[in-house]
Write a new protein. Structure first.
Length: 430
């Protein structure tokens, strides 16, 4: 699918034949966010603009376009997510956002989820890599270099829920009792049970897994691990795993070797023969695709994170696992994120953390997550020189132990600065 140039929007980024086309002065929409959002966005914008100026000496420049969402939008026009905001992201293809408020247990659903669903941003990309100087709870965080792909439009994001005691829940329970009595008997307390439906489709899984495998091959990674709970949820998570193996063996047979193939060979010719095939695949630099049950993956992530290279997983598993992995390299304050549709080119880059209202407006916020997400944005549009300058400036600042209060509390020998000063320190070191 191609994004055609709009004559009324001459500086819009476009996408055609799988390639993104970026004008010298692209318009990029941004949402400044709620809570600490405005603070971290201000600092991020400063360092991004400086890196672009330093890299391209005025020949390239982003034209930032504010669009509204969240509390600021609601206060101004009574809408949490106006149609104009969605239309802007659709028109200009690439955008960035600070965190937005999401109520827990009641009210509207997440605005982040709404944007991902509206733009069909089916891939959530979370690189997890250690930057020297960030606090880490493990001894050798430098060994961690993991890229996590999380399916972004199915599972709990489009899950259907029925409140306990509601007519809808009663109707569903009555239906189960009538047509699926054996399944109904498994429900211990039907009168007080809330229900949820978890959608996982072949089409949605395959397009996502195709993206993850393609990315791993393009970036010459050695292993991709499919994380799942297929031992319990056999027809959703188990199907996700099976579809992944089928896809790899059908579409990437010359570039991949799967552990499903290993088991077939071992069952027919013994483990020694299967191990020989695995060794041969590694010697030929094929992508090894294996799988792991999600609870085992959490244990492995803590004790042996270097065993992971690229991870592909379902939505809820990825939600949990991405935050847990981020903790190993400093926490959500330094975890970047991207939401991408690799078929249309639409992408929104975002901070991985929440709005932290208790420290909003106090200069205590860490902008590193949004800054690193901006690095991803710059790489996505092909502005790698600016991306390198920005990332190196952040690396050098952290390497000098100059940090915001959240990191300073965990690094006794560090120099603490506020949010704005942290941006200035990065600019000085580009």
């Amino acid at each position: 699918m191609a994004s055609l140039p709009d004559p009324t929007k001459p500086n819009a980024i476009t996408f055609s034949s799988g390639k993104i086309k970026v004008p010298p002065h692209p318009v990029i929409p941004f949402i400044e966010g709620d809570g600490i959002g405005p603070e971290i966005w201000k600092s991020t914008r400063q360092v991004v603009d400086h890196s672009i100026e330093l890299a391209y000496q005025g020949k390239r420049q982003i034209q930032w376009k504010e669009v509204l969402a969240g509390e600021k939008s609601f206060q101004r026009n009574g809408s949490w997510l106006p149609e104009e905001t969605i239309a802007a992201f659709k028109t200009y293809l690439v955008g960035i956002k600070s965190p937005l408020t999401t109520p827990v247990g009641q009210g509207r659903r997440s605005l982040n989820v709404a944007l991902r669903i509206e733009l069909d941003l089916y891939t959530n990309l979370r690189p997890i890599r250690y930057l020297a100087g960030a606090p880490s709870p493990i001894k050798e965080p430098a060994d961690i270099d993991i890229v996590l792909f999380r399916e972004n439009t199915e599972d709990v994001y489009t899950g259907i829920e029925f409140e306990n005691g509601s007519k809808d829940a009663t109707d569903v329970l009555t239906f189960l009792a009538q047509y699926f009595p054996d399944s109904y008997k498994k429900i211990s307390f039907p009168q007080s049970t809330a229900l949820g439906i978890k959608p996982v489709s072949r089409e949605g899984s395959e397009r996502f897994l195709r993206t993850a495998i393609g990315w791993a091959l393009h970036n010459q990674r050695s292993m991709l691990t499919i994380i799942h709970k297929g031992n319990i949820m056999k027809f959703t998570e188990g199907a996700f795993l099976n579809w992944g193996y089928e896809l790899a063996e059908k579409e990437y047979s010359r570039q991949c070797f799967t552990m499903h193939q290993w088991h077939l060979i071992a069952g027919k010719n013994g483990e020694a023969a299967a191990n020989e095939k695995l060794k041969e695949a590694r010697n030929n630099h094929l992508l090894i695709i294996n799988d792991m049950i999600v609870d085992a993956a959490f244990e492995r992530a803590i004790t042996q994170p270097q065993d992971f290279d690229v991870i592909a997983t379902t939505n809820l598993n990825g939600d949990y696992l991405s935050d847990a992995l981020a903790a190993l390299v400093g926490g959500l304050g330094i975890a970047p994120g991207a939401n991408i549709n690799f078929d249309t080119g639409h992408a929104i880059f975002e901070a991985a953390h929440g709005t932290a209202p208790s420290i909003a407006g106090k200069g205590l916020a860490n902008p590193s997550s949004l800054i690193l997400s901006s690095v991803l944005l710059l790489r996505y549009i092909g502005w790698n020189t600016a991306a390198n300058l920005l990332e190196n400036g952040l690396r050098k600042t952290l390497g000098c132990h100059i940090v915001t209060p959240d990191f300073a509390a965990r690094l006794p020998s560090s120099t603490q600065v506020d949010t704005s000063a942290f941006a200035r320190e990065i600019i000085q070191r580009m």
